[in-house]
Design a protein around this ligand. Structure first.
Ligand code: NDP
Length: 297
């Protein structure tokens, strides 16, 4: 049995937020301005409310200018896009995040295209994706960026490693593969139509699971010593039947942690692995956007 090193994403995220906060204070002291993040929330989706609150609180804690723009669930496409345009034009706002999903009837792709790519700190516009795959500088979506930071800090140089990414979504799988390629990995992207997923995964020095299937990656899918990043966030009934009967749930990843422990060289827990890095990377991208806007990066 290999010794598995559990990657503490919560601690790493706290350190990144602290570093962003220190640089924010330094910018404020030297130049008299602070990085500004605006979050747009349309409607009252409870999960989105939680995410937006966390983004606002953490950007404020890092000393940033933090704006929340709330629109009702029946807002029109034109109203959402006008809000984005207003924030594009606001010099105090360096990063804009449109919280997804939008309520039914609104076109999120069209709305995102209104966003100034220089303020696209979530890296989701077509311009950002196009620049990324063209090898040009662009903001990376925060979840894959957080995964890369955890990998580089744990494994070090990734050059030549075979990376398998399970999942090909625009939000996670594809940008993750781009970032691994940029780090000189040999990259395989697998998805629901791939053959012999277990065999493919067993060839991976780096395995990133982003499928949204609780515990799909078993211990015997993992090459001994591989670095395994579990992006999945799945809510399942509590294992205690009495608690499950009361509607209690718990969060699990896409990797079976019991099977993976002792096989993987490195492994991220769920919760406490990739999740906390996502908001920390949003702050990191906002700081970068602010520095670029002022010619400092
Ligand atoms: P999507 O549903 O958009 O994409 C899932 C991907 O997994 C698709 O490419 C799909 O393939 C593939 N897939 C689904 N089932 C299987 C299967 N049985 N075998 C092989 N491939 C499969 O999800 P996201 O990428 O948005 O999210 C993935 C997971 O990551 C979710 O659990 C989500 O909650 C979590 N997440 C976590 C974040 C964090 O901050 N930690 C942030 C964002 C997401 P196909 O394309 O063929 O359909």
């Amino acid at each position: 049995m290999a010794e598995t090193q559990w990657i503490d994403g919560a601690a790493r995220a706290e350190a990144l937020r602290a570093a962003v906060g220190a640089e924010t204070e330094d910018l404020a002291a030297r130049y008299g301005w602070r990085p500004g993040l605006a979050v747009i929330l349309v409607g009252e989706d409870p999960a989105s409310e939680v995410y937006v609150r966390s983004k606002i609180e953490k950007s404020q804690a890092a000393g940033m200018v933090s704006l929340a723009r709330r629109l009702p669930a029946d807002a029109t496409q034109a109203e959402v896009e006008a809000q984005i345009e207003a924030l594009n034009a606001d010099p105090e706002v360096h990063g804009i995040l449109l919280q997804l999903p939008l309520p039914a009837g609104l076109d999120s792709a069209a709305a995102l295209e209104r966003l100034d790519p220089r303020k696209d700190v979530d890296g989701l516009t077509v311009a950002s994706a196009g620049r990324r795959v063209s090898g040009l500088s662009a903001f990376s979506p925060c979840t894959p960026l957080g995964c890369m930071m955890l990998l580089k800090e744990s494994v070090g140089d990734l050059t030549g490693a075979h990376a398998v990414v399970l999942g090909r979504s625009v939000l996670v799988g594809r940008p993750m593969a781009d970032l691994l390629l940029e780090a000189n990995c040999t990259v395989t992207i697998a998805h629901s139509r791939s053959r012999d997923l277990a065999g493919l995964c067993r060839t991976a020095d780096i395995l990133v699971a982003a499928v949204g299937r609780p515990g799909m990656v078993k211990g015997d899918w993992i090459k001994p010593g591989a670095a395994v990043i579990d992006v999945g966030i799945n809510r399942v009934p509590h294992p205690d039947p009495a608690k499950a009967a009361k509607g209690r749930t718990r969060l699990v990843g896409d990797v079976d942690p019991v099977g993976a422990d002792g096989v993987a060289g490195w492994l991220t827990p769920v919760p406490g692995g990739v999740g906390p890095m996502t908001v920390a990377c949003l702050l990191h991208n906002t700081l970068m956007a602010a520095k670029r806007a002022h010619g400092l990066a």
